[in-house]
Unconditional design. Structure first.
Length: 202
């Protein structure tokens, strides 16, 4: 998977929180505040405090307003809101609005993952695969990808299938590879369709 695709998926997961939380397959669009230029704040009457904090982060035009919005997000995370925990973890990873801290990011991801947030589980897989805030561990990475995959996260399904096909984190297993790749392909991940053909041919 390319670095561009990785960033796009990460960004998409954050923005989904602003609108309506993580979707089943993790598809969304890129957030302006965390991964691009600021945009004008637009509040919806149905938005809760977490969504408002995320909207303010997107709209921040200076460091002071960005930090203030991120602090509000942190408070929501401490209150147990899984969306806020996930988004605050990604803020910690990027160092936007808060000092960068991969270890703390993992702690917040774990709290969100314990509430069955598929985006957080997927990001824990990334953390273990890359050794960001935790020791690099392909077996642990695959475990987290499979948890997210079981909740319908398309990118996690693709990565889990590829891992079983290539023997990364587990012994090669074509049956499991086809299982996860098939689910990812059904959700429109084009790379999954290609790897499925390889798995079926071997």
């Amino acid at each position: 998977m390319s670095g561009t695709r990785h960033l796009a998926v990460t960004a998409g997961l954050v923005t989904a929180l602003v609108v309506a939380g993580c979707t089943g397959n993790g598809e969304a669009f890129a957030p302006a505040g965390l991964f691009g230029p600021p945009v004008a704040t637009t509040y919806d009457a149905t938005m809760d405090e977490t969504a408002r904090a995320l909207a303010d982060i997107d709209a921040a035009h200076d460091e002071a307003s960005l930090k203030a919005a991120t602090m509000r997000l942190h408070e929501r995370a401490k209150d147990g809101d899984a969306r806020a925990q996930f988004a605050y973890a990604l803020a910690l990873r990027s160092g936007r609005g808060v000092e960068r801290d991969d270890g703390q990011a993992v702690e917040w991801l774990l709290q969100a993952a314990a509430q069955n947030d598929p985006g957080a589980q997927y990001q824990l897989g990334i953390a273990h695969r890359e050794g960001r805030g935790v020791p690099q561990d392909e077996r642990a990475a695959l475990d987290w990808f499979e948890r997210a995959a079981a909740l319908g996260h398309a990118e996690a399904q693709y990565i889990a299938g590829a891992a079983y096909l290539k023997g990364q984190g587990a012994k090669p297993d074509n049956a499991w590879a086809v299982r996860w790749l098939g689910k990812a392909a059904y959700q429109g991940v084009p790379e999954a369709q290609y790897l499925m053909a390889l798995a079926n041919a071997s």
